[in-house]
Design a protein around this ligand. Sequence first.
Ligand code: FES
Length: 84
Amino acid sequence: MAHVPEDDPVCQCFNVPEERIRRAILEGGLRSVEEVTEATGAGGGCGSCWDEIREILEETGGTPPRAEAPPRAGNRPPDPRPEP
Ligand code: FES
């Protein structure tokens, strides 16, 4: 049975290990795959590693939670109804 080393690169095209991507996200405050590509080269080739880069972004806090919607203002003025 083949052993897969933990430091197998996330991006095979540019041989970028996960650790380098994590460090770039934390040090550079990166928030998107595009920014990670710019900083490390990872994801700049075939694109098959994008999902993994997104996961690392989410784990490292690089992307905001998806389900969170902005709070509603709730201070809309009442509908003025003219009295008959
Ligand atoms: S594996 Fe990362 S761009 Fe191809």
